[in-house]
Design a protein around this ligand. Structure first.
Ligand code: FES
Length: 420
């Protein structure tokens, strides 16, 4: 599709249905948005020692993030330079070398070709040539341990790209008394049968929780009203579910910040669990390490979610990282990872896990209601003459009841899609 026809699909106040349903638009998005932006790959703690790797993907290109022998982190295309086979099928692991399962070419952990069977068949060919190594994305960079890659050789550097949203990462890292954060536990993966942007458009939608999550809000409140004693984690899980029953007035008071490149951030409507009395000693330790004023500010900065458009969203206060992996025009893989503050109490990390189980697990009583809404949007957009309306709150400050953050996403969408 040409640039002009793509740009005509998105206006300041509405979006054409084909943007969510047309495979040609989706292909263009992979090449013009995902292959140009900085996309989140993983956290350095996921590759703790030389040879550790995890799989990732950007713009439908399979990738590996691997810790090299020198301790550095590399991102490599997970594709054999011989005849293109996927080199590694496991999601994570540890190797001393990568060996292609097809014809056994082997590669060092930095991607350089180590050996091929029957090398005499390559007489006159330099097997040291870089084209025979596992290829690398042109740009890889990390911000405080969070690794991003760009498939484009040119563009803003990572810090510029993350402008405005870096504070969310700063907040997470500095809430660790040791200054260290790690990905811990497993990963929830949910494949949703809808376009990736429908998921993003729900990111700061304060108009839906009290509607979509109504089936779980009332039962949670009913259990909380019972006189029977509950474990602290059950109480916490119920409070997380019940918090979706906020009023429109509360949501209208939650600011949503807008940043360049489509990034956005919504203030939290759930309290930071670390403010509970149980964690007084942790807060005192943080005050000793960071200073009382900074520690207090870190505790009070309450972020529901910060969107690194287009590929990830971190929930800084609740320590969750969600990765958005578009697979087809109507299929998106969402990965939800939990973060642990190294040096903080284990019981605080249990809250992080409980929140993940409560809202991000495929079996959560919250998640399936969201997924049902996304799928209904995808189904409802079948007609090509349909338009999606994104005008709400266009004359107001950006809050959780405004669609300003969606308009901000589409400003970035148009910029990427119309770039030469
Ligand atoms: Fe990998 Fe042939 S495709 S060795």
């Amino acid at each position: 599709m040409g640039t002009e026809s793509l740009a005509s699909l998105v206006r300041d106040d509405r979006v054409q249905a084909r943007v969510y349903t047309d495979p040609a638009v989706f292909s263009a998005e992979l090449e013009r948005i995902f292959a140009h932006a900085w996309c989140y790959v993983g956290h350095e703690s996921q590759v703790p020692r030389p040879g550790s790797f995890i799989r990732a993907a950007i713009a439908n290109r399979p990738l590996l993030m691997v810790r090299g022998e020198d301790g550095g982190i590399a991102v490599l295309h997970n594709r054999c330079p011989h005849r293109g086979a996927l080199l590694v099928a496991e999601r994570c692991g540890h190797v001393t070398r990568f060996r292609c399962p097809y014809h056994a070419w082997t590669f060092r952990t930095d991607g350089r070709l180590q050996s091929v069977p029957l090398p005499e068949g390559y007489a006159g060919i330099d097997l040291e040539d870089a084209s025979l190594s596992m290829q690398r994305p042109p740009r890889v960079a990390a911000y405080r341990g969070f690794v991003f890659a760009s498939l484009a050789a040119d563009g803003p550097d990572l810090e510029t790209f993350l402008d405005g949203t870096r504070e969310a990462i700063d907040n997470i890292v500095e809430r660790s008394p040791t200054g260290q954060v790690e990905v811990a536990g497993g990963c929830f993966r949910v494949r949703i049968r809808n376009n990736w942007k429908i998921y993003l458009e729900n990111m700061h939608d304060g108009l839906h929780p009290m509607i979509v999550h109504q089936p779980s809000i009332e039962p949670a409140r009913a259990v909380m009203r019972r006189p029977d004693p509950l474990s602290p984690l059950t109480e916490f899980a119920l409070a997380v579910i019940a918090a979706n029953g906020q009023t429109y007035e509360t949501m209208a008071g939650l600011p949503v910040r807008l940043f360049p490149f489509g990034h956005t951030e919504m203030a939290a409507f759930r309290a930071n669990p670390a403010l509970d009395d149980e964690f007084a000693a942790y807060r005192a330790e943080l005050a000793r390490v960071r200073g009382a004023e900074r520690a207090e500010a870190l505790m009070r900065e309450a972020r529901l979610s910060t969107m690194f458009y287009p590929s990830a969203s971190v929930q800084a206060t609740s320590l969750q990282m969600r990765v958005i992996i578009p697979e087809a025009v109507d299929s998106t893989l969402i990965e939800a990872w939990t973060l642990r503050l190294v040096g903080a109490p284990e019981s605080l990390y249990r809250r992080t896990i409980t929140l993940a189980n409560t809202v991000h697990s495929p079996s959560s009583v919250v998640k399936h209601d969201d997924v049902g809404a996304y799928v209904r949007v995808q189904q409802g957009l079948g007609g090509r003459d349909a338009w999606v309306d994104i005008r709400r709150g266009r004359n107001d400050a950006s809050t959780a009841v405004s669609e300003a953050y969606i308009r901000n996403q589409y400003r970035a969408w148009r910029d990427y899609m119309s770039a030469a």
